[in-house]
Design a protein around this ligand. Structure first.
Ligand code: PLP
Length: 385
């Protein structure tokens, strides 16, 4: 495997085939938050302000931390899943860190992986970087982005090691029911493979199924503080699994990558989870619901765009109607440059650019209204009559 350096010489690269993806390269933070007026590209709720967390860190000792992660935090997370123990939990640098640890600890190039598609980028990209054989379980607009469990079972091969799903789903906002999750657990147990369920949006769903890892030692759950609580800046998340051998392996990976989390990040995460979560979630839910109603009203009257109504989380994945003839690249250009409005275009998820992910949890109600109006304006500007 190789690549050319500036002098055109071949440089040798390692085994993991890392590549920067459009969703990261073109992200709002890389583009510059200051250039964006209406940010509908975020998949989270508003970023929390440190002062609002009411935590005094002045006497913190800046030592290394418990390698598994702060015990109080793990106890608190464990209390939310039946049978989950603190030692079943590994605190990681965001859900992204957890996903990387899981994929690189479990998978080798000869393994087959079933990936839900579209999906959050790391769930797809890391198994690919490892060189695994990959099959996609495609969600389709025509089928209301419904999970086809029969198809899932059919995709499993003798060398299938992992089924990787995200629910509540990113980018479609669809959810998984308890009976679907139980059926998936039955499938993975009978086939002898693992389930990775990325549950990063779980706390935003009104009646979520149990934490997947509480149902089987072959299920691994992942979540974080970034999306539901607006704390991506503390880079804290976790994984849960009931098999001590697997947890030991995941811990070994964590120790090789970053030993332990930052004690400051972990103190904030622990304080937030124990003292602030309930209060914050209430306000967040009120905000998200209000924005959802605004978006729903806009969608229902929309002559350009159609959607599958999301059921959980703060994102949806509408598309420009088939009968609308427009220059799609010009639409995104006009939207970004003229209207200073950011959405997540389809190509960030490896689908047609006529799809776009809209985040309705991040902007204020006024910003969402302004951003939606700008989408309409940019569509009108780009339509070819
Ligand atoms: C489904 C999902 N999983 C994981 C992540 C990574 O989040 P973080 O590492 O900030 O916790 C994201 C971020 O967009 C996501 O949407």
């Amino acid at each position: 495997m190789g690549s050319n350096n500036k002098l055109g010489k071949e440089i040798s690269l390692g085994h993991l085939n890392y590549r920067r993806t459009p969703i990261e390269k073109e992200s709002p933070e890389e583009y510059g938050y200051e250039k964006i007026k209406y940010n509908l590209a975020e998949s989270s709720v508003p970023d929390a302000v440190f002062g609002d967390l009411e935590i005094d860190l002045s006497s913190s000792v800046l030592s290394y931390a418990d390698h598994l992660g702060n015990l109080e935090l793990r106890q608190s997370i464990a209390s939310e899943g039946e049978g989950i123990k603190p030692d079943n939990i590994l605190i990681t640098t965001g859900a992204a860190g957890a996903l990387f640890i899981i994929a690189t600890s479990l998978l080798k190039p000869s393994d087959h992986v079933v990936l839900l598609h579209p999906n959050y980028v790391a769930n797809i990209e890391t198994p690919r970087a490892i060189g695994c054989q990959v099959d996609y379980l495609m969600l389709s607009f025509e089928e209301q982005f419904k999970l086809d469990l029969e198809k899932l079972a059919q995709l499993i091969k003798p060398n299938t090691r992992l089924i990787s799903l995200t629910y509540p789903q990113n980018p479609t906002g669809t959810i998984l029911t308890r009976s679907e999750l139980e059926e998936i657990i039955t499938i993975i147990e009978s086939k002898g493979c693992y389930l990775l369920l990325d549950e990063t949006y779980r706390d935003m769903a009104s009646n979520p199924p149990p934490i997947a890892a509480s149902l089987s030692p072959q299920a691994i759950s992942v979540s974080s503080f970034s999306k539901a609580y607006g704390l991506p800046g503390i880079r804290s998340g976790w994984l849960i699994n009931q098999n001590p051998t697997l947890i030991e392996r995941f811990l070994a990976a964590k120790e090789l990558i970053f030993i332990c989390n930052s004690i400051i990040d972990e103190s904030i995460a622990t304080h937030f989870y124990i003292n602030k979560k309930i209060q914050f979630l209430k306000d967040i839910q009120t905000h998200v619901n209000k924005n959802f109603m605004l978006l729903k009203g806009w969608m229902e009257k929309n002559e350009f765009i159609e959607w599958i109504e999301p059921q959980g989380g703060c994102i949806c994945f509408p598309r420009i109607r088939k009968n609308i003839n427009l220059d799609i690249d010009s639409f995104y250009m006009v939207l970004k440059k003229k209207y200073k409005t950011f959405v997540a275009p389809g190509h960030w998820f490896e689908v047609n650019k006529r799809f776009m992910r809209l985040g309705f949890g991040y902007p204020s109600n006024t910003e969402l209204k302004g951003g939606l109006q700008c989408i309409t304006n940019a569509l009108e500007d780009s339509i070819i009559s």
